[in-house]
Design a protein around this ligand. Structure first.
Ligand code: ZN
Length: 597
């Protein structure tokens, strides 16, 4: 089988275009088509990557070949039964982990978004040549990826690399730039924290904090997958932005310049931005097992042409979301108090809006393509996050397993078993496989509760489970959150508006209106510009104060919509108690949950 050879070049970073060429050897007399994926694994949305392809051409040694579009992402190349080369430009100006980006500071490239698949040769080995750019703007640039080198093992060389086949190739994002690289060993395998873009932190410190998190996950599953001979955290540092995407032996990350902390951070950590960055790294690293290798059977093999439906993202994202922050406290990277503060925020997000009463986590997983990944202003009242509610279910399951097995096992044991039964052998899971696996660890009533959590559109109540671990859970109003220190403070519910507001062009603009809130009853909608409450001009600071001080049962509100001034009556209602608070009640008992001893 001849290999397919890809060349990736950067002619001029200011034009935000990668120049790609693909050498293909066709089988004589066989029609040949090339196609680009329409989505990238880990991000469940149709993205139509082919729209960024420019000047697609094909040539053999004798002539230019006809290239005919068959659909939005597939082209037929009329070849002459001899090797030919496809060339094109790929427009790269998406500063996310999903597509490609290029400017004078750095470049990033997802093969799934930008490299064509040769449809008749999907199993052929792929070679990738990274061409050193000649532009002065790219002096001192290096590439970085998890690809295996051809006759070398340098992951930062302008050189040739290989992948087993096209789908394998799509799992190796490549970053380019003047890179900061910090290496550290975990379980005898080299790990690299790599950044492109100006930052003010210490990679040495970050590597020191990352190593125990990686080790924690390796211990959870009992081993690093055998094909992981290196691991790279490829981090694009920007002015603002946050996100990550998991891959086979690397993760692509975006963070802001201040997320990576300087060396002098205290231990345990208190810097929230840096904690969030480490949690993201931990999350993506855990995906090395959970979803990259242990994965829904529907994803074996990946079909990147159109949507692939699974109910199982509550497991693959929910469990991962639970363990990302939990790993920080279990490794003593953060204190118990900080962990409870972070987990309480997760619980609060679930409670905001009526979404959890309308959609189960399994439904949310099925409809992720159109709902979770395409959220609009009504999302809090209409959809459930399989990340957040999935994490709450993971916590409930963890604590139920502990209780049922008298602390002999916890959720880690179930994850390890899932890996051994369905992951390391690339078997994949069905929803039934996962349910049967948890059934072994739970009592019958606990299993019923677990199933109800997966399929029911109801609240997850963690109060009793957490109380058994010495933690009190209570819900307070948004206003009380600012004042309540202990669990026993009397709540005072002030009137509220029930909106998400933002300042735009010095106006107060509505971004979201919660269902049944006073704002909804007053007819307020997304995009409205709020002018006054009780004839007093509003600003971000006084909005809810103005409702509180109104002596009538209703306040009056003025707002603009489509340049028209409206006035309506705003009912005074107490704010609901949706802000979760977790308070340690028994400092010894909490260790049974948050320490591994
Ligand atoms: Zn994830």
């Amino acid at each position: 089988m001849p290999s397919i050879k890809y060349q990736i070049a950067i002619p001029n970073p200011l034009k935000h275009q990668f120049k790609i060429s693909i050498d293909i050897s066709p089988v004589a007399n066989e029609a040949l088509t090339i196609s680009l994926p329409n989505w990238i694994p880990g991000s469940y949305m149709i993205r139509d990557f082919a729209k960024h392809v420019v000047a697609l051409e094909a040539h053999d040694k004798d002539s230019k070949l006809d290239v005919n579009a068959l659909s939005k992402n597939r082209f037929e190349v009329k070849h002459n039964n001899q090797p030919f080369t496809v060339t094109y430009l790929y427009y790269a100006f998406d500063l996310s982990v999903r597509k490609a980006y290029l400017d004078q500071e750095f470049g990033f490239f997802n093969p799934a978004a930008a490299l064509f698949c040769v449809d008749q040769q999907v199993e052929h080995e792929c070679e990738v040549e990274l061409i050193k750019p000649e532009s002065e703007l790219c002096q001192n640039w290096l590439p970085a990826s998890g690809l295996d080198g051809i006759n070398h093992d340098d992951c930062f060389a302008w050189s040739n690399y290989k992948a087993n086949n096209y789908i394998h190739l799509t799992d190796f994002p490549i970053m380019f730039g003047q890179l900061d690289i910090e290496s550290f060993d975990v379980a005898g395998v080299p790990h690299y924290l790599v950044t492109a873009g100006k930052h003010f932190g210490s990679l040495q410190r970050a590597a020191k904090d990352l190593a125990p998190l990686c080790q924690y996950h390796i211990d959870t599953f009992g081993e690093l997958p055998s094909d992981v001979n290196k691991y790279l955290f490829l981090t694009m540092v920007t002015d603002k932005g946050f996100g990550g995407l998991e891959h086979l032996n690397s993760t692509a990350l975006v963070c802001s310049r201040f997320d990576i902390a300087p060396d002098k951070e205290p231990s345990p950590l208190t810097n929230d931005d840096y904690i969030t960055f480490l949690s993201l790294c931990s999350h993506e690293y855990l995906h090395t097992w959970n979803v990259k290798r242990l994965k829904p059977r529907e994803f074996i093999p990946y079909s990147l042409e159109s949507e692939v439906y699974t109910k199982q993202l509550w497991f693959y994202e929910g469990m991962t979301s639970y363990f990302d922050d939990l790993s920080l406290v279990k490794t003593n990277t953060i204190s118990y108090e900080k962990y409870l503060e972070i987990f309480a925020k997760t619980l609060t997000r679930i409670e905001k809006g009526k979404g959890q009463l309308r959609q189960s986590v399994t439904e949310s997983s099925m409809h992720t393509w159109t709902k979770f990944y395409q959220q609009d202003e009504a999302a809090p009242d209409q959809i459930t996050s399989y990340y957040q509610k999935g994490a709450a279910i993971a916590c409930l399951t963890d604590l139920m397993i502990k209780q049922n097995t008298e602390h002999k096992f916890n959720l880690t044991a179930a994850m390890k078993q899932a890996w051994q039964k369905f992951g390391r052998n690339n078997k994949g899971t069905t929803q039934d496989d996962l349910e049967n696996l948890f059934k072994q660890f739970l009592s019958e009533p606990q299993f019923e509760l677990f199933k109800h959590a997966l399929y029911g559109s109801t609240k997850i109540d963690l109060t009793d489970a957490l109380a058994n671990c010495g933690v009190a859970l209570k819900y307070v109003t948004q206003d009380n959150q600012k004042h309540v220190q202990g669990a026993n403070t009397t709540a005072i519910s002030k009137p509220w508006l029930g909106t998400l507001l933002a300042v735009e062009n010095e106006s107060i603009v509505v971004k979201q209106v919660l269902e049944d809130s006073p704002a909804e009853q007053a007819g307020i909608a997304k995009g409205d510009e709020i002018i006054a409450i009780n004839n007093m001009k509003v600003n971000m600071a006084n909005v809810e104060q103005l409702i509180s001080v109104c002596e009538q049962s209703d306040a009056c509100i003025h707002y603009f919509r489509k340049d028209t001034l409206y006035r309506s009556s705003l009912p005074k209602q107490p704010s609901p108690e949706f802000v979760a608070q977790l308070v340690i009640q028994d400092p010894l008992l909490i260790k049974t949950w948050l320490s591994d001893q």
